[in-house]
Design a protein around this ligand. Structure first.
Ligand SMILES: [Zn+2]
Ligand SMILES: [Zn+2]
Length: 320
């Protein structure tokens, strides 16, 4: 990385003419410049990978929308294949049949696992023995996305045992307000792979905290989520903490970065989501909390450890 390559990237986007984004030729030329890695901050691979993930999905679903297949359970892989084959033949008119068939198979495999994923999303119930096994497989049991260790009350409730009511914490993390409602600290089951695509259903189950699970929802690319401004001045909601004033991050970005990093990003730290909860922090608090400027840290390396947890009512107000 060097200042001169970054200069080219920045200056090719003329600041005195924001209207360039509506000019086909100029936006095309800007796209061709390529993005220097320092522009992508700490998550170069993730940000490039997720743009490919998004484009891949648009391409696939543009050929055959999964929606109709999700609700009609009589539709099989072969139905999707026939649909895709007709589209592939019309798009790749001059190609060999063998190549078109191979491409159709590959596309259908992707689409059909997405269809199965969406079909499975409607039935998130795990058997009692699955639940017990998942709880016992780790001590303490943790959210597979963020490393949050579940409370005894949440575990009892999850296992259908007599449980004392879930106690909401008196203070909340301002950057990840888990604990505004009981479901956010409860245990939810996620089917990480389509239930029907091989293996036992039980192998595909993971435990997630309600907060991560809702923030994640069905999103798969970091570009699926964008923070919509809720404050009149046009920025994200602000946190004022002593000397620091910073904006709140988009919840899915928090989940995606922590779940992809899986380990504390402080040098030499070996905390991972298997042995610790990870928190999100800003690399630079004077910058916007977008994916180039967010990092995952363990509680020990949290630069705002002393001011992160604030009165629950205050944090709820920030996030509404
Ligand atoms: Zn979580
Ligand atoms: Zn650490």
């Amino acid at each position: 990385m060097s200042a001169s390559t970054t200069l080219k990237f920045v200056s090719d986007a003329p600041h005195n003419d924001p209207g360039f984004i509506w000019d086909r030729d100029r936006i095309g030329a800007f796209g061709a410049v390529g993005v220097p890695s320092d522009v992508l901050g700490l998550h170069d691979g993730l940000l490039r990978g997720d743009s490919s993930v998004l484009w891949l999905r648009w391409f696939l679903e543009g050929l055959a929308s999964p929606g109709a297949y999700v609700s009609d359970l009589t539709k099989t892989w072969t139905d999707v294949y026939d649909h895709v084959l007709a589209r592939v033949k019309s798009v790749y008119k001059d190609d060999l049949d063998t190549d078109r068939t191979k491409l159709t198979r590959a596309i259908t495999d992707h689409l059909f696992s997405e269809i199965e994923r969406r079909r499975a999303a409607g039935r998130r119930n795990a058997s009692r023995s699955d639940r017990v096994r998942m709880i016992q497989s780790q001590s303490p049991p943790r959210c597979y996305l963020c490393g949050f260790a579940f409370s005894q009350e949440a575990i009892q409730k999850f296992l259908g045992q007599p449980a004392s009511p879930v106690v909401l914490p008196p203070t909340l993390d301002v950057l990840r307000p888990r604990g505004r409602k009981p479901h956010e600290v409860s245990i939810e089951v996620e089917h990480v792979m389509p239930v029907t695509s091989g293996g036992q259903a039980g192998d595909n189950l993971r435990l997630a905290c309600g907060w991560c699970n809702r923030a994640k929802s069905s999103k798969t690319s970091i570009y699926d989520a964008a923070f919509t401004s809720r404050n009149p001045s046009g920025g994200a909601p602000l946190v004022l903490a002593g000397e620091l004033q910073y904006e709140l991050p988009e919840p899915f970005w928090v989940v995606r970065i922590i779940a992809i990093q899986r380990h504390c990003q402080a040098d030499g730290c070996n905390a991972t989501i298997s042995n610790s909860e990870l928190r999100i922090t800003l690399k630079d608090f004077s910058g916007s909390p977008n994916p180039t400027n967010l990092r995952a840290v363990c509680p020990r390396h949290d630069p705002i450890a002393t001011e992160r947890f604030r009165n629950s009512a205050l944090v709820k107000a920030m996030w509404t």
